[in-house]
Design a protein around this ligand. Structure first.
Ligand code: G6P
Length: 360
């Protein structure tokens, strides 16, 4: 490949570090001369014409889709369902009258997602691909494309593509809301600028995260990530990152669901990462953390400025509620990276995984 690592030991670390620049690049690409959102007129029309959106994706892109559902529903007021591509056709939901299918795919080549695209096109439905590779199969075959502008992603574990996908989804949602005449005080281009600055706090001070990784994960057999609401989706992604590159068994759970079974797995010293960036739910999540600590868990709490507490290990700078996943995932990516490093794993090319999976 002609993409160089430069002074970086791994592509993954380079790509994690690039995220503030990627977000600023997205702001530039989606900004018009008068500071309003610049977005393809046809894409805008397709989104506002839809009475329901079906997001289809796999892996990390699916996790971006879970956040995308919340953003589109809250901001643009359009109902959204997010589905795992490989499962969608087995039990296709009853579709609405004017559905729009959105495929989220870093590579634009994932066979599971393409399988759905081919089928829904046959049924005559409208399609949009959000991808990092315009000209890819999913991009060529869909009616419309939105570009995530993250630049080539080489490491198998996806990092910057995920944050870029969520940024573009937020911009798309606000654009649709404005086009539909919805009043709103959330300016995504401005708020994403704040996000880019917040990301830098972590990419510039990695030693704390390296220490946490060594401390919590050098010898751990398993690790749990718990969160509520939007944070829950980020926990799924945090756990996936850790599994992919460090081979530690990791699971993301909804904070309130843990007690309904999985809490049986908590033993003396089991690391549990708690994520609370949504003020409305942080007290409940802290309650869940107390429950696991009482059973021996070793807690790593990640919270946000404004309602952080003294023992919290990581505090993310204040960003808009809608955009916290873009920032809170950065410490998780870095902790996974250092955990893999300390355990001697091949960070950029983990066993059994491929960057893009072109078989179903
Ligand atoms: C593979 C990769 C994952 C990725 C998933 C979806 O499994 O290893 O990192 O999230 O495919 O890929 P896509 O290119 O469709 O986003």
């Amino acid at each position: 490949t002609d993409i160089e690592k430069g002074t970086y030991p791994h592509y993954m670390l380079k790509e994690i570090d690039e995220q503030p620049f990627v977000i600023r690049n997205i702001i530039t690409k989606y900004k018009d001369a008068d500071d309003s959102i610049k977005l393809d007129e046809q894409v805008r029309q397709a989104v506002i014409d839809a009475d329901r959106i079906y997001i289809i994706a796999a892996g990390t892109s699916y996790h971006a889709g879970l956040v995308g559902k919340e953003l589109i529903e809250k901001i643009a007021n359009i109902p959204v369902e997010t589905h795992i591509a490989s499962e969608f056709l087995y039990n296709m939901p009853l579709l609405s009258k004017k559905p729009l299918f959105i495929f989220i795919s870093q590579s634009g080549e994932t066979a599971d997602s393409r399988g759905v695209l081919v089928n829904v096109k046959k049924l005559g439905h409208k399609t949009l691909t959000i991808t990092n590779v315009p000209g890819s199969t999913l991009s060529r075959e869909a009616d419309h494309t939105l570009h995530t502008y993250a630049g080539p992603e080489i490491a198998v574990a996806s990092t910057k593509a995920y944050t870029a996908q969520m940024a573009v989804l937020a911009i798309m949602a606000v654009d649709a809301a404005r086009a539909a005449g919805v009043e709103m005080d959330f300016d995504p281009l401005q708020e994403l600028g704040i996000v880019a600055n917040a990301m830098e706090i972590f990419t510039e001070q990695k030693d704390v995260l390296e220490e946490i990784a060594r401390d919590y994960l050098s010898v751990a057999r398993s690790c749990f990530f718990i969160g509520r609401s939007m944070d829950y989706h980020v926990c799924l992604e945090g756990a996936l990152k850790l599994k992919e590159i460090s081979y530690i068994q990791a699971e993301g759970f909804a904070g309130g669901e843990l007690k309904h079974g999985t809490i049986a797995l908590i033993e003396e010293g089991t690391p549990v990462v708690g994520l609370a960036t949504q003020e409305a739910v942080h007290l409940n999540l802290r309650g869940n953390m107390k429950e696991v600590v009482a059973r021996g868990a070793y807690p790593c709490m990640i919270s946000m400025e404004g309602f952080a507490e003294e023992d919290d290990k990581i505090v993310i700078p204040k960003v808009h509620d809608y955009l916290t996943p873009l920032v809170s995932v950065i410490p998780m990516q870095l902790i996974s990276y250092y955990a893999a490093l300390h355990r001697g794993c091949d960070v950029d090319k983990p066993r059994n995984l491929a960057k893009s999976v072109t078989v179903e």
